[in-house]
Design a binder for this molecule. Structure first.
Ligand SMILES: *[C@@H]1O[C@H](CO)[C@@H](O)[C@H](O)[C@H]1NC(C)=O
Ligand SMILES: *[C@@H]1O[C@H](CO)[C@@H](O)[C@H](O)[C@H]1NC(C)=O
Length: 306
């Protein structure tokens, strides 16, 4: 080990006593440095092997968001433009939104009986799933006109995302689905797990840099999931966003929901249901104290099966 080899080297040196004293001082400093580095929690290091990283966030930009939008799906489509799906009966829609102004530039309102859920964009087609149904809709991205209705094989419709080839889906269970966007057939399913515990209530999804990021319903957590096997690679803890909004008087807000990724500029946006803001965030490795705040991941990020 580094500390041992340093000590050995110094004890073997035959220099003057003042030099060896000096070296001993250095060796003690180095020894403490080694002990300190070894004591840094593993979550600070990057995700590898079995160590699961925990991140907090830094807000780098804030943008306005329609505070009536019950956000169920969010995506970035380039040119500072977002597409958003909203829920609730009578308030469901697919909309094109300007990032900077929050202005709804185009909207397709859904009939009262439909409760909008996850949304994703493949080429020129927007895919939307709806709650408590095994159906969904495809829209033209340029005029939001409905192209067709589809049927899927998930238990329910909660979240959607894509890497441009595969359609990823969630249905409020712990299953992450992979579907063929042409046939809507399931081609792969994985149970999402963190340390052998299933993560239920997977909600809004986003494909980011080879991973699926998922809002876990009714929590302030985002799970970063491996598309290979469903393992949670790391957690992002965002309680300060909701708490900050409440502290500044926004008492009517609902849960964190909505993740969008600007691939070209590597910007990540998050919002929530009826939140007045969209936040551009950067991840920060969490300190041990911050990671265990509020009971840690187990308490903050897990909820009973819906
Ligand atoms: C980008 O968005 C602006 C404002 O909505 C629009 O005028 C412009 O044509 C768009 N550019 C492209 C390349 O889509
Ligand atoms: C929407 O645009 C598509 C082409 O992208 C066109 O075929 C369709 O007729 C348009 N629908 C409406 C309602 O304008």
């Amino acid at each position: 080990m580094a500390s041992g080899s340093i000590r050995k080297k110094i004890s073997n040196s035959n220099g003057s006593s003042s030099l060896s004293k000096h070296m001993r001082k250095i060796s003690i400093v180095l020894l403490f440095l080694v002990i300190y580095v070894a004591s840094i929690p593993s979550n600070v290091s990057s995700v590898s092997g079995s160590s699961v990283g925990i991140y907090s966030i830094k807000v780098v930009n804030e943008y306005p968001h329609d505070p009536r939008a019950f956000t169920q799906g969010l995506l970035y489509s380039g040119n500072d433009t977002l597409f958003e799906s909203t829920g609730l009966n009578g308030q469901s829609s697919v909309r094109k939104v300007s990032l900077h102004t929050g202005k709804v530039e185009a909207i397709h309102k859904l009939p009262h009986v439909i409760f909008g859920e996850g949304l994703t964009l493949i080429h020129d087609r927007l895919y939307q799933v709806i709650w408590k149904e095994k159906t969904g809709f495809i829209y033209d991205r340029y005029n939001l006109s409905k192209v067709k209705k589809f049927t899927h094989q998930m238990k329910d419709g909660w979240g959607l995302a894509t890497d441009g080839k595969v359609l990823y889906g969630s249905d409020g269970t712990s299953t992450l689905y992979q579907m063929d966007p042409q046939t809507l057939k399931v081609i792969k399913k994985n149970i999402v797990k963190y340390k052998d515990h299933e993560v239920f209530n997977l909600n809004e999804l986003e494909y980011i840099n080879g991973e699926i990021w998922a809002n876990v319903w009714q929590t302030d957590c985002i799970a970063r999931i491996s598309t290979k096997d469903g393992t949670v690679l790391s957690w992002i803890l965002l309680p300060k966003l909701r708490e900050g909004l409440i502290a500044s008087g926004h008492s009517g807000i609902d849960v964190l929901n909505g993740i969008a990724w600007d691939k070209d500029n590597n910007r990540i946006f998050v919002t929530g249901k009826r939140w007045p803001k969209i936040y551009e965030i950067k991840l920060l490795p969490s300190t041990k104290e911050a990671a265990s705040r509020g009971g840690g991941v187990e308490k903050l990020c897990f909820r009973q099966r819906f």
